[in-house]
Write a protein that binds this ligand. Structure first.
Ligand code: HEM
Length: 377
């Protein structure tokens, strides 16, 4: 649908299954960039309003970065910036690569077929973010259960609130523990910032929840989808294998090409009348941007529905744009490069174990990805 809108009604008035009233949906690349970098578009004003939504409960917590405006937003982003900056992520690369090599060797030893989403991508992405934040490995199963509940469209508002309470209690306890026994991880840094008055407990908890959910779910789903796309484009993948230096560019093209979400995410509220794509959005109205549609805008990406792992040109918007640009973009890119590179190098005859149309996709969830991805080699 957003694809049709991109061509026929680039700024469309929409209703969504949950919440109240109308919203605008913006799909063209330039319009999406304009709205997502416009300081008159507020996220803080979404708090406490029954906005049109694709989920029965609001996922992003009030007090979290996703729903804050400057100066609170800037302060929260500064707190986590060092952890997700280039230097820290580069340092994490070697460790992640060794983990990926071990996981790929495990696949080799047990033999085909194997579910590469659940046995390789899922556990690796969970281990990386758990290490960065300081979530003990023994707690990961519990966190994964909360993740599944929170990110399902089937979870009712009440059930969603109950899960949010549990996960908030968990991170509040963890932060309390780290305040007394600091370690080299983000929760310890946030606990120290809280002691110094730089962040409140609800803000700390909202940050931890958001980072954990993104780290576990977005990366698992999108990297598993990347494997699927590579295996269904064998000629381009063979070239990539022969020329692994092309991997970072290929990852960016995969990010552009893959529609990673089932819904439209969190809207912004106009704080003044704003012109976009020839339409006037009135002050107080909600506006959604849809990054996956913008990534297929033919005005910016020639032949946009074609995967071209050597594509150059305009940057994609898979990580968003403007102040709310994904905090984990460097981490996600590094994880994708390491996981795909290791998999292609260790299993040179990797192929889907079933026909592509038999792969089942996660639909009633925030992030889109294969439920399972059986492969052989
Ligand atoms: C390939 C995987 C990922 C994709 C495609 C992705 C994409 C996005 C997008 C589209 C946004 C929203 C931009 C907006 O609100 O307009 C976002 C925000 C965010 N992402 Fe990611 N993300 C990924 C992985 C991660 C990871 C691994 C983390 C951290 C562990 C992370 C942390 C965040 C945070 C904290 C925000 C909120 C930023 C803000 O509102 O200031 N993401 N991401």
């Amino acid at each position: 649908m957003p694809h049709r809108l991109l061509h026929e009604e680039p700024v469309a008035r929409i209703r969504l299954p949950y919440g109240e009233g109308h919203a605008w949906l913006v799909t063209r690349y330039e319009d999406v960039k304009q709205i997502s970098s416009d300081l008159r578009m507020s996220r803080a004003r979404t708090v406490g309003r029954p906005l049109p939504s694709t989920t029965p409960h609001t996922l992003a917590p009030a007090g979290g970065v996703g729903r804050a405006d400057p100066p609170e937003h800037t302060r929260l982003r500064k707190l986590i910036a060092p952890t997700f900056g280039r230097r820290r992520i580069a340092a994490l690369r070697g460790h992640t690569a060794r983990r990926a090599e071990r996981a790929a060797r495990d696949l080799l030893e047990t033999g085909p077929p194997a579910d590469v989403a659940e046995r390789y991508v899922g556990p690796l992405s969970a281990a990386v973010v758990a290490e960065l934040l300081g979530v003990p490995a023994a707690d990961l199963d519990r966190v994964q259960e909360w993740r599944a509940g929170l990110l399902s469209h089937d979870t009712t508002a009440d059930a969603g609130e109950a899960v949010k309470k549990e996960i908030a209690g968990y991170f509040a306890d963890l932060a309390r523990h780290r305040a007394e026994h600091p370690a080299d991880d983000l929760i310890s840094e946030l606990a120290a910032a809280r002691a110094a008055g730089g962040v409140s407990t609800p803000e700390l908890v909202a940050l931890a929840v958001m980072l954990t959910l993104n780290g576990l779910d977005a990366v698992r789903n999108i990297v598993a989808t990347m494997v699927y796309v590579l295996l269904t484009h064998p000629e381009q993948t063979a070239k990539l294998r022969a020329e692994p230096t092309g991997l970072p560019r290929a990852v960016d093209e995969l990010l552009r090409y893959i529609p990673q979400r089932n819904g439209v995410g969190m809207p912004r509220i106009a704080t003044a009348d704003v012109e976009v794509g020839g339409i006037t959005v009135r002050a107080g109205e909600a506006v959604h941007v849809f990054y996956p549609a913008a990534n297929r805008d033919p005005a910016v990406f020639p032949d946009p529905d074609r995967l071209d792992l050597t594509r150059e040109g305009a940057p994609h918007l898979a990580f968003g744009h403007g102040a709310h640009y994904c905090a984990g973009a460097q981490l996600a890119r590094m994880e994708a490069e390491v996981m795909l590179g290791t998999l292609l190098a260790t299993l040179p005859r990797l192929a889907l174990a079933v026909p592509p149309e038999r792969i089942a996709w996660r639909t009633g969830t925030v992030n889109r990805g294969p439920r399972t991805l059986p492969v052989t080699w």
